[in-house]
Design a protein around this ligand. Structure first.
Ligand SMILES: O=C(O)CCC(=O)C(=O)O
Ligand SMILES: [Fe+2]
Length: 333
């Protein structure tokens, strides 16, 4: 990792934040405010997720993608659904920004919220759409348990980050608690195969896009052809993290909540260089944190003023997600 990369994507230790009441909390929150005003990308260390939990989730995903295609396709997302397997070419993230290009050269496996209650919030038609039953590939026996554990741990990290966000925005630290206590986050493994033929014109591993929700946490195994974030001048900065750290990036809903004080930056996953040697397969695990589907998102008063009127109309977490997923062809509706 070059020092330029380290300098560009700040590293923040979440440990001293605690749950928002630890002595170092204010300092950690201030570091997030600075980073989120800048590129909106942070390398998070001290997150508390055991390495064994991270490794087990990666191993299960890898074992799934190693199954033959016919088996993988048995777990294909049903029409109109987004959980389960989606093969090469099923999705183009650039479409979510109305940019047509060749589809992403990736395959994915996704689960929605795992712990659900029996109240209407969960059992209603909307609840079932945003939180469909997860499907677990039987051929990888440890998949279900390793992913359920990883999901819960990531949910906890995201909850702490949202407390850091509230503190950073001079709100009561509990401000987001009741907006994310029944969140509709999804956990997705992305497998970028080693390409055996050159990419189609304009085809990337993942086209340029912004993420839709409050924040995204990414765990990745390093490989040629990786994540890049767009700088102000339009150029792209590589994002690399060690296997024990997560990349955190701000999503659209946080940008809207903060009236663009914070940035939901464009990012993409590039192809491996044509002269890359050996296997360039790459895998990442993304936890897309998405508030409760009925949580209202209205620019915060503390981020607006006479010189800075609200730029966004009211939306809800669910409405925003539905609109973006429909465009990206995550939902066949
Ligand atoms: O695989 C990665 O590193 C990032 C993928 C990504 O940005 C996404 O799926 O939203
Ligand atoms: Fe993304």
């Amino acid at each position: 990792m070059s020092s330029a990369i380290i300098a560009e994507i700040p590293v923040i230790d979440l440990g001293p934040f605690g749950d928002g009441d630890a002595p170092g909390a204010a300092e950690v929150a201030a570091a997030f405010d600075r980073a989120c005003r800048d590129l909106g990308f942070v390398v998070v260390v001290g997150h508390g997720v055991p390495q064994a939990v991270i490794d087990a989730a990666h191993r299960s995903a890898r074992a799934f993608f190693d199954l033959d295609l016919a088996t993988r396709e048995r777990y294909a997302a049903p029409p109109g659904g987004f959980v389960g397997y989606r093969g090469l070419g099923a999705e183009g993230l650039s479409y979510s920004l109305d940019q047509e290009a060749a589809p992403d050269f990736k395959e994915t496996y996704t689960v929605g919220r795992i712990d659900r209650g029996d109240e209407p919030y969960f059992t209603s038609q909307l609840g079932r759409m945003y939180m469909p039953d997860p499907t677990w590939p039987a051929e990888v026996p440890e998949f279900a348990a390793s992913w359920a554990e990883f999901y819960r741990q990531m949910d906890r990290v995201a909850w702490r980050l949202m407390r850091a966000f509230a503190t950073a925005l001079a709100l009561p630290r509990e401000f987001f608690d009741d907006k994310i206590d029944r969140n509709i986050s999804c956990l997705r493994a992305l497998n970028y195969p080693h390409p055996s033929t050159p990419p189609q014109p304009g085809q990337l591993r993942a086209g340029a896009h912004t993420d839709y929700g409050s924040l995204t946490l990414l765990s990745m195994a390093d490989a040629p052809g990786g994540l890049e974030v767009q700088r102000d001048d339009g150029s792209w900065a590589p994002v690399r993290v060690p296997a024990d750290a997560f990349v955190m990036n701000v999503g659209d809903l946080m940008a809207q909540w903060t009236n663009d004080r914070w940035r939901s930056s464009m990012h993409r996953v590039t192809n491996p260089p044509p002269d890359a040697i050996g296997d360039t397969r790459r895998q990442s695990l993304a936890f897309f944190h998405q508030p409760n589907y009925d949580a209202e998102v209205i620019p915060l008063a503390s981020c607006c003023g006479p010189a800075n009127p609200p730029k966004y109309a009211r939306t809800t977490s669910g409405e925003h997600l539905f609109m973006k997923m429909t465009k990206a062809k995550n939902l066949n509706v």
